[in-house]
Design a protein around this ligand. Structure first.
Ligand SMILES: Cc1ncc(COP(=O)(O)O)c(C=O)c1O
Length: 436
Protein backbone atom coordinates (compact mmCIF):
# COMPACT_ATOMS: atom_id res chain seq x y z
CA UNK A 1 0.00 0.00 0.00
CA UNK A 2 1.68 3.23 -1.14
CA UNK A 3 1.49 6.37 0.93
CA UNK A 4 -0.66 9.16 -0.36
CA UNK A 5 1.31 11.56 -2.51
CA UNK A 6 -0.91 14.52 -1.77
CA UNK A 7 0.14 16.91 0.96
CA UNK A 8 -1.47 16.29 4.31
CA UNK A 9 -3.32 19.26 5.73
CA UNK A 10 -3.29 19.89 9.47
CA UNK A 11 -6.90 19.79 10.55
CA UNK A 12 -9.13 21.62 13.02
CA UNK A 13 -9.64 18.68 15.38
CA UNK A 14 -5.90 18.22 15.97
CA UNK A 15 -5.52 21.97 16.53
CA UNK A 16 -8.38 21.96 19.04
CA UNK A 17 -6.91 18.98 20.88
CA UNK A 18 -3.49 20.64 20.95
CA UNK A 19 -4.95 23.69 22.68
CA UNK A 20 -6.85 21.52 25.15
CA UNK A 21 -3.84 19.37 26.02
CA UNK A 22 -1.64 22.40 26.51
CA UNK A 23 -4.01 23.53 29.27
CA UNK A 24 -3.74 20.37 31.31
CA UNK A 25 -0.53 18.50 30.66
CA UNK A 26 2.96 19.38 31.87
CA UNK A 27 4.44 21.48 29.11
CA UNK A 28 7.57 19.35 29.03
CA UNK A 29 5.84 16.17 27.92
CA UNK A 30 4.23 16.57 24.52
CA UNK A 31 5.91 18.35 21.64
CA UNK A 32 3.48 19.27 18.91
CA UNK A 33 4.66 21.26 15.97
CA UNK A 34 2.74 24.57 16.24
CA UNK A 35 2.08 24.48 12.50
CA UNK A 36 1.34 20.79 12.39
CA UNK A 37 -0.11 19.12 15.47
CA UNK A 38 -1.06 15.50 14.88
CA UNK A 39 -3.25 13.45 17.21
CA UNK A 40 -3.40 9.75 16.40
CA UNK A 41 -6.84 8.23 16.08
CA UNK A 42 -6.44 4.74 14.58
CA UNK A 43 -3.86 2.62 12.81
CA UNK A 44 -3.58 -0.41 10.60
CA UNK A 45 -0.47 -2.12 9.23
CA UNK A 46 2.09 0.66 8.80
CA UNK A 47 -0.55 3.39 8.42
CA UNK A 48 -1.86 5.79 11.03
CA UNK A 49 -4.86 8.09 10.73
CA UNK A 50 -5.08 11.28 12.73
CA UNK A 51 -8.06 12.91 14.40
CA UNK A 52 -8.82 14.80 11.16
CA UNK A 53 -8.72 11.71 8.97
CA UNK A 54 -5.25 12.34 7.48
CA UNK A 55 -3.35 9.16 6.73
CA UNK A 56 0.35 8.78 7.55
CA UNK A 57 2.98 6.15 6.89
CA UNK A 58 4.68 5.43 10.24
CA UNK A 59 8.43 4.86 9.87
CA UNK A 60 8.94 4.71 13.65
CA UNK A 61 6.70 1.77 14.65
CA UNK A 62 5.53 4.11 17.41
CA UNK A 63 8.93 4.18 19.21
CA UNK A 64 9.75 0.65 18.05
CA UNK A 65 6.70 -1.02 19.59
CA UNK A 66 4.64 -2.00 16.55
CA UNK A 67 7.14 -4.31 14.84
CA UNK A 68 4.23 -6.50 13.78
CA UNK A 69 2.35 -3.45 12.54
CA UNK A 70 -0.87 -2.03 13.92
CA UNK A 71 -4.14 -3.87 14.29
CA UNK A 72 -2.80 -7.41 13.82
CA UNK A 73 -6.04 -9.39 13.94
CA UNK A 74 -5.11 -12.23 16.28
CA UNK A 75 -3.50 -9.79 18.70
CA UNK A 76 -6.63 -7.65 18.77
CA UNK A 77 -8.75 -10.79 19.28
CA UNK A 78 -6.51 -11.92 22.15
CA UNK A 79 -6.88 -8.53 23.84
CA UNK A 80 -10.67 -8.60 23.45
CA UNK A 81 -10.91 -12.14 24.79
CA UNK A 82 -8.64 -11.39 27.75
CA UNK A 83 -10.38 -8.10 28.51
CA UNK A 84 -13.66 -9.95 28.84
CA UNK A 85 -12.11 -12.48 31.25
CA UNK A 86 -9.68 -10.66 33.52
CA UNK A 87 -8.13 -7.20 33.24
CA UNK A 88 -6.05 -7.17 36.38
CA UNK A 89 -4.54 -9.68 38.77
CA UNK A 90 -2.39 -9.57 41.87
CA UNK A 91 0.93 -10.02 40.14
CA UNK A 92 3.10 -10.95 43.12
CA UNK A 93 0.48 -12.53 45.38
CA UNK A 94 -2.22 -14.33 43.37
CA UNK A 95 -0.86 -14.26 39.82
CA UNK A 96 -2.41 -15.71 36.68
CA UNK A 97 -1.46 -18.76 34.64
CA UNK A 98 -0.53 -16.30 31.90
CA UNK A 99 2.35 -14.96 33.98
CA UNK A 100 3.77 -18.45 34.51
CA UNK A 101 3.39 -19.17 30.81
CA UNK A 102 5.08 -15.92 29.76
CA UNK A 103 8.04 -16.42 32.10
CA UNK A 104 8.55 -19.93 30.67
CA UNK A 105 8.33 -18.58 27.13
CA UNK A 106 10.83 -15.80 27.85
CA UNK A 107 13.25 -18.34 29.30
CA UNK A 108 12.83 -20.58 26.24
CA UNK A 109 13.44 -17.75 23.76
CA UNK A 110 16.47 -16.29 25.53
CA UNK A 111 18.85 -18.29 27.70
CA UNK A 112 17.55 -21.72 26.68
CA UNK A 113 17.81 -20.76 23.00
CA UNK A 114 21.34 -19.50 23.68
CA UNK A 115 22.24 -22.87 25.24
CA UNK A 116 22.86 -21.23 28.62
CA UNK A 117 20.35 -23.19 30.69
CA UNK A 118 17.08 -21.89 32.05
CA UNK A 119 16.42 -18.19 32.51
CA UNK A 120 14.40 -16.53 35.23
CA UNK A 121 12.34 -13.41 34.82
CA UNK A 122 11.45 -10.18 36.63
CA UNK A 123 8.53 -8.53 34.87
CA UNK A 124 8.01 -4.78 34.83
CA UNK A 125 5.88 -2.21 33.05
CA UNK A 126 8.38 0.10 31.32
CA UNK A 127 11.75 -0.43 29.73
CA UNK A 128 13.32 1.69 32.47
CA UNK A 129 11.97 -0.74 35.07
CA UNK A 130 13.51 -3.72 33.27
CA UNK A 131 16.87 -1.94 33.33
CA UNK A 132 16.49 -1.09 37.00
CA UNK A 133 15.64 -4.72 37.81
CA UNK A 134 18.81 -5.79 35.99
CA UNK A 135 20.94 -3.25 37.87
CA UNK A 136 19.53 -4.36 41.24
CA UNK A 137 20.13 -8.01 40.30
CA UNK A 138 23.75 -7.31 39.40
CA UNK A 139 24.30 -5.43 42.66
CA UNK A 140 22.86 -8.34 44.67
CA UNK A 141 24.74 -10.98 42.70
CA UNK A 142 28.17 -9.33 42.75
CA UNK A 143 28.08 -7.13 45.84
CA UNK A 144 29.67 -4.40 43.71
CA UNK A 145 27.90 -1.09 43.23
CA UNK A 146 29.65 0.25 40.15
CA UNK A 147 28.18 0.10 36.63
CA UNK A 148 30.02 0.64 33.38
CA UNK A 149 27.67 2.14 30.80
CA UNK A 150 28.22 3.95 27.51
CA UNK A 151 28.05 7.50 26.23
CA UNK A 152 24.90 8.27 24.29
CA UNK A 153 23.32 5.11 25.66
CA UNK A 154 19.62 5.40 26.48
CA UNK A 155 18.04 3.20 29.14
CA UNK A 156 15.03 5.21 30.31
CA UNK A 157 14.37 8.14 32.57
CA UNK A 158 13.42 6.84 36.03
CA UNK A 159 16.12 7.81 38.53
CA UNK A 160 17.78 4.38 38.36
CA UNK A 161 17.74 4.15 34.58
CA UNK A 162 18.71 7.82 34.23
CA UNK A 163 21.78 7.18 36.37
CA UNK A 164 23.09 4.86 33.64
CA UNK A 165 21.80 6.84 30.64
CA UNK A 166 24.74 8.51 28.92
CA UNK A 167 23.12 11.74 27.82
CA UNK A 168 23.62 15.10 29.52
CA UNK A 169 20.44 16.37 27.95
CA UNK A 170 18.39 14.08 30.18
CA UNK A 171 20.72 14.03 33.18
CA UNK A 172 21.69 17.65 33.66
CA UNK A 173 18.44 18.99 35.21
CA UNK A 174 18.58 16.24 37.86
CA UNK A 175 22.34 15.86 38.22
CA UNK A 176 22.26 16.99 41.85
CA UNK A 177 20.05 14.02 42.75
CA UNK A 178 21.64 11.30 40.65
CA UNK A 179 23.72 8.66 42.36
CA UNK A 180 27.30 8.26 41.21
CA UNK A 181 27.55 4.52 40.62
CA UNK A 182 27.86 4.75 36.82
CA UNK A 183 30.94 5.49 34.71
CA UNK A 184 30.60 6.06 30.98
CA UNK A 185 32.89 4.74 28.28
CA UNK A 186 32.76 5.79 24.63
CA UNK A 187 30.56 3.57 22.45
CA UNK A 188 32.98 2.39 19.76
CA UNK A 189 32.64 3.26 16.11
CA UNK A 190 34.28 1.35 13.28
CA UNK A 191 37.28 3.70 13.37
CA UNK A 192 38.20 2.58 16.92
CA UNK A 193 41.34 0.52 17.49
CA UNK A 194 40.20 -2.63 19.31
CA UNK A 195 43.40 -3.10 21.33
CA UNK A 196 43.61 0.47 22.65
CA UNK A 197 39.91 0.51 23.39
CA UNK A 198 40.06 -2.84 25.23
CA UNK A 199 42.88 -1.52 27.42
CA UNK A 200 40.90 1.59 28.34
CA UNK A 201 37.83 -0.47 29.25
CA UNK A 202 39.89 -2.86 31.31
CA UNK A 203 41.30 0.08 33.23
CA UNK A 204 37.79 1.43 33.88
CA UNK A 205 36.71 -2.00 35.13
CA UNK A 206 39.56 -2.54 37.55
CA UNK A 207 39.78 0.74 39.46
CA UNK A 208 40.11 -0.05 43.14
CA UNK A 209 37.85 2.84 44.18
CA UNK A 210 35.06 1.83 41.78
CA UNK A 211 34.35 -1.91 41.83
CA UNK A 212 32.14 -2.63 38.83
CA UNK A 213 29.39 -5.26 39.13
CA UNK A 214 27.67 -4.64 35.80
CA UNK A 215 28.44 -3.67 32.24
CA UNK A 216 25.26 -2.31 30.66
CA UNK A 217 25.07 -1.87 26.90
CA UNK A 218 22.73 -1.61 23.94
CA UNK A 219 24.00 -4.04 21.26
CA UNK A 220 23.06 -1.30 18.79
CA UNK A 221 22.41 2.16 20.21
CA UNK A 222 18.89 3.25 19.33
CA UNK A 223 17.99 6.71 20.56
CA UNK A 224 21.70 7.51 20.74
CA UNK A 225 21.74 7.62 16.93
CA UNK A 226 21.32 4.10 15.47
CA UNK A 227 24.97 3.31 16.18
CA UNK A 228 26.19 -0.11 15.09
CA UNK A 229 29.42 -1.04 16.89
CA UNK A 230 32.26 -3.07 15.37
CA UNK A 231 31.85 -6.87 15.45
CA UNK A 232 34.52 -7.27 18.15
CA UNK A 233 32.66 -5.09 20.66
CA UNK A 234 30.20 -7.47 22.35
CA UNK A 235 32.65 -10.42 22.50
CA UNK A 236 35.17 -8.02 24.07
CA UNK A 237 32.65 -7.00 26.73
CA UNK A 238 31.92 -10.68 27.42
CA UNK A 239 35.63 -11.42 27.93
CA UNK A 240 36.17 -8.37 30.14
CA UNK A 241 33.09 -9.14 32.23
CA UNK A 242 34.28 -12.70 32.79
CA UNK A 243 37.78 -11.55 33.67
CA UNK A 244 36.69 -8.87 36.14
CA UNK A 245 33.67 -10.59 37.70
CA UNK A 246 31.11 -8.09 36.37
CA UNK A 247 27.80 -9.20 34.92
CA UNK A 248 27.03 -8.36 31.31
CA UNK A 249 23.61 -6.76 30.74
CA UNK A 250 22.28 -6.32 27.21
CA UNK A 251 19.53 -3.74 26.81
CA UNK A 252 17.59 -5.22 23.87
CA UNK A 253 14.51 -3.12 24.57
CA UNK A 254 14.74 -1.45 21.16
CA UNK A 255 16.72 -4.05 19.23
CA UNK A 256 14.93 -7.19 20.45
CA UNK A 257 12.32 -9.33 18.69
CA UNK A 258 13.66 -9.25 15.13
CA UNK A 259 14.04 -5.46 14.79
CA UNK A 260 17.52 -6.11 13.38
CA UNK A 261 16.63 -9.30 11.51
CA UNK A 262 17.75 -11.72 14.23
CA UNK A 263 15.67 -12.39 17.32
CA UNK A 264 18.17 -10.29 19.26
CA UNK A 265 20.89 -7.96 18.02
CA UNK A 266 23.42 -9.80 20.20
CA UNK A 267 22.77 -12.95 18.14
CA UNK A 268 24.89 -11.40 15.37
CA UNK A 269 27.86 -11.38 17.71
CA UNK A 270 26.99 -14.82 19.14
CA UNK A 271 27.51 -13.32 22.56
CA UNK A 272 25.36 -14.33 25.50
CA UNK A 273 24.73 -11.83 28.32
CA UNK A 274 24.07 -12.63 31.96
CA UNK A 275 20.93 -10.48 31.93
CA UNK A 276 18.83 -9.15 29.08
CA UNK A 277 16.27 -6.31 29.21
CA UNK A 278 13.20 -6.54 26.97
CA UNK A 279 10.24 -4.29 26.27
CA UNK A 280 8.66 -2.31 23.41
CA UNK A 281 7.78 -4.92 20.72
CA UNK A 282 7.43 -7.66 23.36
CA UNK A 283 3.69 -6.94 23.54
CA UNK A 284 3.15 -4.83 20.43
CA UNK A 285 1.35 -2.17 22.46
CA UNK A 286 0.99 -2.81 26.17
CA UNK A 287 3.35 -1.44 28.84
CA UNK A 288 5.05 -4.66 29.85
CA UNK A 289 8.79 -5.24 30.10
CA UNK A 290 11.06 -7.98 31.34
CA UNK A 291 14.49 -8.51 32.80
CA UNK A 292 15.54 -12.07 32.05
CA UNK A 293 18.70 -13.52 33.57
CA UNK A 294 20.56 -16.77 33.92
CA UNK A 295 18.72 -18.64 36.67
CA UNK A 296 21.77 -18.67 38.95
CA UNK A 297 22.15 -14.91 38.61
CA UNK A 298 18.50 -14.11 39.31
CA UNK A 299 18.67 -16.46 42.29
CA UNK A 300 20.82 -13.82 43.99
CA UNK A 301 17.44 -12.38 45.04
CA UNK A 302 16.25 -13.70 48.43
CA UNK A 303 13.19 -15.93 48.51
CA UNK A 304 10.05 -13.89 49.09
CA UNK A 305 8.37 -14.92 52.30
CA UNK A 306 5.35 -12.70 51.81
CA UNK A 307 6.72 -9.26 50.98
CA UNK A 308 8.72 -8.88 47.76
CA UNK A 309 11.50 -6.28 47.87
CA UNK A 310 11.01 -5.51 44.19
CA UNK A 311 7.50 -5.48 42.73
CA UNK A 312 4.72 -3.16 41.58
CA UNK A 313 0.93 -3.00 41.40
CA UNK A 314 0.61 -3.90 37.74
CA UNK A 315 3.45 -6.43 37.57
CA UNK A 316 2.45 -9.36 35.34
CA UNK A 317 -0.80 -7.71 34.28
CA UNK A 318 -2.89 -10.42 32.56
CA UNK A 319 -3.75 -8.28 29.55
CA UNK A 320 -0.06 -7.52 29.02
CA UNK A 321 0.97 -11.16 29.50
CA UNK A 322 -1.67 -12.31 27.02
CA UNK A 323 -0.53 -9.72 24.48
CA UNK A 324 3.09 -10.69 24.97
CA UNK A 325 2.31 -14.39 24.47
CA UNK A 326 0.35 -13.68 21.29
CA UNK A 327 2.98 -11.24 20.00
CA UNK A 328 5.74 -13.78 20.61
CA UNK A 329 3.73 -16.43 18.74
CA UNK A 330 3.46 -14.07 15.77
CA UNK A 331 7.06 -12.88 16.00
CA UNK A 332 8.34 -16.45 16.05
CA UNK A 333 6.54 -17.39 12.82
CA UNK A 334 9.10 -18.87 10.42
CA UNK A 335 10.55 -16.39 7.98
CA UNK A 336 9.97 -13.16 9.90
CA UNK A 337 13.69 -12.53 10.42
CA UNK A 338 14.33 -13.09 6.70
CA UNK A 339 11.55 -10.68 5.80
CA UNK A 340 13.08 -8.01 8.06
CA UNK A 341 16.50 -8.63 6.52
CA UNK A 342 15.15 -8.32 2.98
CA UNK A 343 13.32 -5.08 3.68
CA UNK A 344 16.31 -3.83 5.66
CA UNK A 345 18.53 -4.32 2.61
CA UNK A 346 16.10 -2.27 0.51
CA UNK A 347 16.05 0.47 3.14
CA UNK A 348 19.84 0.58 3.46
CA UNK A 349 20.34 0.58 -0.32
CA UNK A 350 17.94 3.55 -0.60
CA UNK A 351 19.80 5.39 2.18
CA UNK A 352 23.15 4.70 0.48
CA UNK A 353 21.77 6.03 -2.81
CA UNK A 354 20.71 9.17 -0.98
CA UNK A 355 24.17 9.52 0.62
CA UNK A 356 25.85 9.15 -2.78
CA UNK A 357 23.99 12.20 -4.11
CA UNK A 358 26.14 14.49 -1.97
CA UNK A 359 23.20 16.42 -0.55
CA UNK A 360 24.42 16.58 3.05
CA UNK A 361 23.29 13.10 4.08
CA UNK A 362 26.10 10.97 5.49
CA UNK A 363 26.85 7.77 7.40
CA UNK A 364 23.94 5.71 6.03
CA UNK A 365 23.79 2.67 8.27
CA UNK A 366 21.39 -0.01 9.31
CA UNK A 367 20.82 -3.55 10.40
CA UNK A 368 17.49 -5.10 9.53
CA UNK A 369 14.79 -2.48 9.94
CA UNK A 370 16.82 -0.28 12.27
CA UNK A 371 18.61 2.34 10.24
CA UNK A 372 19.73 5.94 10.24
CA UNK A 373 21.38 8.65 8.20
CA UNK A 374 23.01 11.83 9.51
CA UNK A 375 22.14 15.30 8.27
CA UNK A 376 25.16 17.62 7.95
CA UNK A 377 25.83 21.07 6.57
CA UNK A 378 28.21 21.88 3.71
CA UNK A 379 31.12 21.94 6.17
CA UNK A 380 30.20 18.44 7.40
CA UNK A 381 28.89 19.66 10.78
CA UNK A 382 25.73 18.14 12.31
CA UNK A 383 22.68 20.04 11.09
CA UNK A 384 19.89 19.43 13.62
CA UNK A 385 17.82 22.31 12.22
CA UNK A 386 17.61 20.65 8.81
CA UNK A 387 16.95 17.26 10.42
CA UNK A 388 14.05 18.88 12.29
CA UNK A 389 12.80 20.48 9.07
CA UNK A 390 12.89 17.08 7.41
CA UNK A 391 10.83 15.48 10.18
CA UNK A 392 8.24 18.25 9.96
CA UNK A 393 8.31 18.44 6.17
CA UNK A 394 7.85 14.69 5.81
CA UNK A 395 4.90 14.88 8.17
CA UNK A 396 3.26 17.24 5.69
CA UNK A 397 3.89 14.57 3.04
CA UNK A 398 2.20 11.96 5.22
CA UNK A 399 5.29 10.30 6.70
CA UNK A 400 6.04 9.97 10.42
CA UNK A 401 9.75 10.04 11.22
CA UNK A 402 11.88 10.93 14.25
CA UNK A 403 15.30 12.46 14.58
CA UNK A 404 17.68 11.28 17.29
CA UNK A 405 21.38 11.01 18.17
CA UNK A 406 23.46 13.22 20.47
CA UNK A 407 23.26 16.13 18.02
CA UNK A 408 19.66 15.36 17.01
CA UNK A 409 20.77 15.25 13.40
CA UNK A 410 20.15 11.55 12.75
CA UNK A 411 17.00 10.70 10.82
CA UNK A 412 15.99 7.31 12.22
CA UNK A 413 14.08 4.57 10.41
CA UNK A 414 12.45 1.82 12.45
CA UNK A 415 9.32 0.97 10.42
CA UNK A 416 6.87 -1.85 11.11
CA UNK A 417 7.95 -5.10 9.46
CA UNK A 418 4.76 -5.12 7.36
CA UNK A 419 5.75 -1.95 5.51
CA UNK A 420 5.66 -2.21 1.72
CA UNK A 421 8.99 -2.25 -0.11
CA UNK A 422 7.88 0.49 -2.51
CA UNK A 423 6.74 2.65 0.37
CA UNK A 424 10.22 2.37 1.91
CA UNK A 425 11.98 3.41 -1.30
CA UNK A 426 9.51 6.21 -1.86
CA UNK A 427 9.88 7.64 1.64
CA UNK A 428 13.68 7.69 1.54
CA UNK A 429 13.60 9.19 -1.96
CA UNK A 430 11.51 12.12 -0.70
CA UNK A 431 14.35 13.17 1.62
CA UNK A 432 16.24 14.47 -1.42
CA UNK A 433 14.00 17.52 -1.33
CA UNK A 434 15.82 18.62 1.81
CA UNK A 435 19.32 18.34 0.37
CA UNK A 436 21.95 20.82 1.58
C1 LIG B 1 17.37 0.81 24.50
C2 LIG B 1 16.29 1.36 25.38
N1 LIG B 1 16.29 1.04 26.68
C3 LIG B 1 15.36 1.51 27.51
C4 LIG B 1 14.36 2.35 27.07
C5 LIG B 1 13.35 2.89 28.02
O1 LIG B 1 12.13 2.28 27.81
P1 LIG B 1 10.81 2.99 28.39
O2 LIG B 1 10.64 4.27 27.64
O3 LIG B 1 9.72 1.98 28.11
O4 LIG B 1 11.05 3.19 29.85
C6 LIG B 1 14.32 2.71 25.71
C7 LIG B 1 13.29 3.62 25.19
O5 LIG B 1 13.36 4.14 24.12
C8 LIG B 1 15.32 2.20 24.85
O6 LIG B 1 15.35 2.53 23.55
Amino acid sequence: MLPLLKTVVPGPESRRLAAELAQNESRNVTFLSPGFPVFWDRAEGASVWDADGNRFLDLTSGFGVAGLGYGEKSLVAAVADQAAKLLHGMGDVHPTALKACLCAELSRLTFEAWGAGPGKVILGCTGAEAVEAALKTAALATGKRGVLAFRNGYHGLGYGALTVTGSDFFRAPFAAQLADFARFAPYPGHEFDAVTYAASLEEALTQADHPVGAILVEPIQGRGGQNIPPNWFLPLLRRLADRTGALLIFDEIFTGWYRTGQRFACDYAMTVPDLVCLGKALTGGFPLSACVGKAAVIDAWPLSTGEAIHTSTFLGNPLGCRMALESLRLLEAPGLGDLVMRKGEILLAALRDLEAKDLGFVRARGRGLMAGIDVVDRAGRPDPARAGAIVEGMLAEGVILLSDGPDRNTVAFTPPFVIGEEALRWAVGRLERWGA
